[in-house]
Design a protein around this ligand. Sequence first.
Ligand SMILES: C[S@@+](CC[C@H](N)C(=O)[O-])C[C@H]1O[C@@H](n2cnc3c(N)ncnc32)[C@H](O)[C@@H]1O
Length: 199
Amino acid sequence: MRIVNGKHVRQMDEAAVAAWTAGYQETIVDLGTGDGRFVRHLSGQHPGVGVIGVDVCAANLRIASREVVRNALFVVADALALPDELSRVATHVTVNFPWGSLLRGFLTGHPGLLAGLGAVGSGGATLDIRLNAGALGEAGWTLEAGSERVTLLLRDAGLHVGPTRVLGPADLCRWPTTWAKRLAFGRDPRAIWIDATLP
Ligand SMILES: C[S@@+](CC[C@H](N)C(=O)[O-])C[C@H]1O[C@@H](n2cnc3c(N)ncnc32)[C@H](O)[C@@H]1O
């Protein structure tokens, strides 16, 4: 798979990924990671956890990945067609405020996305998704209907989905991603947090 370090992109094969994850009891994979702030935050707060940020846009990852951090990797990949090297690496998968094809993937139950989630999560891995009202609105869904739709599709795919939580401006302000901060001061500062467990 393609690893971004600043302006450079290098390949990392399955054996190297397995050796890297073997160094950590837990590995978090953050899909649609954007500028990498979440990955930098988690890897700094939890040095014993491996954190892998994935985004389809290499340019987004450039600044966060410039400094090499032992327990963080930045991968350029489409979450709808995740690389085989990520198979069974994650104990936790996170998705913060997806838009574009990633959000559409959740709203349509895109087979590539669902298959990728199943492949990336090791048995019993958790998945938490935060969907924001503005992005859902642009995709033609209300916050409530959009989150119900995603919940239903995840259940259909065999995931156990727990109760959802509503996030307001104060929650968004505290959440350590760049997009959360923007949303907190935006026109519609609401989001839904969906917790699930992969089969
Ligand atoms: C609204 S931004 C959120 C970024 C970050 N999670 C945050 O909270 O600051 C959505 C991100 O999803 C990424 N994205 C959209 N479709 C994707 C896909 N199919 N695969 C991977 N990343 C995708 C975009 O490139 C963008 O960085």
